[in-house]
Design a protein around this ligand. Structure first.
Ligand code: RP5
Length: 191
């Protein structure tokens, strides 16, 4: 089943460079059949589009926005300043790597993603953004569903089931570890 006919989560990112990280948020939402709309909105290259997007998000009735950005990462905070829809920010480490396949040069954030994490989490009082860990867009997807679960009981049930599954998988691995001992466990699992 799906919770709505229309998308209820907006996923945005500052650049196509962010898409490989941001797709994990989309995959989690897909897994739980939560509809989302995905777009690229650059805070510095398309500033007017940024405010238009905030209006679009409200018009569409999005209940959460997941916004990923690297470097100075002003997209999540700026979106939050334009709307009351809650924003979950994803700080992105790898960026500017569009030329990587041609040149072999991948540019990484000079500060290892910490720049983006601080930009997102240190929004001044009044325009809060919740920040997940660097590149942890899957967590943004899960967090979005936790917010949505307040409204959709079926989603709450699914999230609870997922917790049980997580619990069982750790117990299963621990039993294997106990049975085989550490050396054999590592050999079986990682070689
Ligand atoms: C940020 O700058 C984007 O979110 C991206 O992570 C980074 C580089 O963007 P591109 O130069 O690849 O467009 O705004």
């Amino acid at each position: 089943m799906s919770y709505s006919k229309k998308p209820i989560v907006g996923i945005i990112m500052g650049s196509s460079s962010d898409s490989r990280i941001m797709k994990e948020a989309a995959e989690i939402l897909d897994q739980f059949q939560v509809k989302h709309e995905d777009q690229i909105v650059s805070a510095h290259r398309t500033p007017a589009r940024l405010s238009e997007y905030a209006q679009h998000a409200e018009k569409m009735g999005f209940k959460v926005i997941i916004a990923g950005a690297g470097g100075a990462a002003h997209l999540p905070g700026m979106i939050a300043s334009h709307t009351i829809v809650p924003v979950i920010g994803v700080p992105i480490l790898v960026y500017n790597d569009k030329q990587a396949r041609k040149t072999g040069n991948t540019k990484f954030s000079a500060f290892g993603g910490l720049d983006s994490l601080l930009s997102i989490s240190e929004m001044p009082t009044g325009s809060p953004v919740v920040a997940v860990g660097i590149n942890k867009s899957a967590n943004a997807g899960i967090y979005a569903m936790k917010i949505l679960a307040n409204e959709f009981p079926a989603l709450k049930t699914k999230l609870k089931k997922q917790k049980i599954t997580q619990h069982k998988s750790v117990i299963k691995e621990s039993d294997e570890l106990k049975k085989h001992g550490l050396s054999k466990f590592v050999e079986k699992k990682f070689k």
